[in-house]
Design a protein around this ligand. Structure first.
Ligand code: HH2
Length: 299
């Protein structure tokens, strides 16, 4: 379910059923291993699981629809209904893969092509009445990191997302089913990624929940000197905290526990309000404060 626009947020756990994803490729190719990892991510607190059967890392080779479908359907079937309120998202640009994933229990289509990759995708999302995430990408994964150029990266990405949202609505997708994502690392230099994060509130101003995906990405490695993607958790946390503060509300990450902790603290600080995460009979109900003034509200 789409998050409210105020101070709540959702962590989307990444579950790549691929041999070649940049940070977890090959680890969850077996159905059982993928389902086990999905259940771990739910246990850690992921509200959404983003299941993908094709890597979109720079230079990645495309995968055929049959193979992509084969990778994801069994995993989604294995997870659907086992995680309580958890929502399953299918990370694909192919309508036939999305359709099979929705049949298996997914309710969100995360399309990194923003409904441009397959002419049947918009109609599918509209017909099924499911949510969709429209992401910005310049070019396509095989070549997108070859010298990307923008007039002004934030204005260009914002105009693109506005246009794709209008196209989705024209195709029959309800506006309140749409999430937007600036596509960190998709046809962007290090400077482009930083500019998008710094001015994220301009994308948030489009009025739909913004998804942010910085998790373990190479620009964090360039900033910190960490070549192993698994060592980029601190950079991932820093960028997600900053993105929350600028208005993003869905955080797509591999490392659910540390990011969730960081965002809980950030959300409590930004709203000057705190809700206990575990019930404790000695815990007093916290005083709520006005968001604008920080002054305690009357009970
Ligand atoms: N990033 C990746 C894949 N899908 N979807 C959205 N909405 N936003 C993102 O930033 C995003 C995404 C790339 O990360 P990952 O899935 O870890 O790697 P790979 O594409 O190599 O499988």
């Amino acid at each position: 379910m789409i998050v409210s626009m105020l101070d709540s947020f959702q962590v989307m756990g990444v579950l790549n059923v691929t041999p070649d994803s940049f940070s977890d490729g090959g680890r969850y190719l077996e159905n059982d291993a993928a389902v086990r990892h999905g259940l771990e991510l739910i246990e850690e607190g992921a509200a959404i699981l983003d299941v993908g059967g094709e890597s979109t890392r720079p230079g990645a080779e495309p995968v055929g629809a049959d193979e992509e479908r084969r990778r994801v359907v069994g995993v989604i079937e294995g997870l659907a209904g086992r995680g309580g309120a958890v929502q399953i998202s299918i990370d694909t640009s192919k309508a036939s893969v999305a359709a099979a994933a929705l049949d298996a229990g997914a309710t969100l289509v995360n399309d990194v092509s923003a409904l441009r990759g397959d002419p049947a995708m918009a109609e599918l999302v509209a017909e099924r009445g499911v949510e969709c995430c429209l992401m910005h990408m310049l070019g396509e994964p095989r070549t997108m990191q070859v010298d990307p150029h923008y007039d002004d990266v934030v204005s260009d990405v914002k105009a693109f997302l506005e246009e794709r949202m209008a196209a989705a609505i024209r195709a029959g997708v309800a506006e309140d089913r749409i999430l937007l994502d600036p596509g960190i690392g998709f046809g962007k230099t290090l400077e482009h990624n930083l500019e998008l994060l710094a001015r994220l509130s301009e994308i948030v101003a489009l009025g739909r929940p913004v998804v942010i995906g910085t998790s373990r990405k190479s620009f964090l490695g360039r900033l910190t000197g960490r070549e192993d993607p698994g060592e980029r958790v601190a950079g991932t946390i820093a960028t997600n905290v900053l993105a929350y503060e600028r208005g993003a509300r869905v955080f797509r990450v591999h490392d659910v526990t540390p990011v969730l902790d960081a965002l809980r603290v950030t959300a409590a600080t930004v709203s000057a309000r705190w809700t206990p995460t575990t019930t404790n009979s000695t815990t007093k109900t916290p005083t709520t404060r006005s968001r604008a003034t920080g002054i305690p509200n009357p009970r």
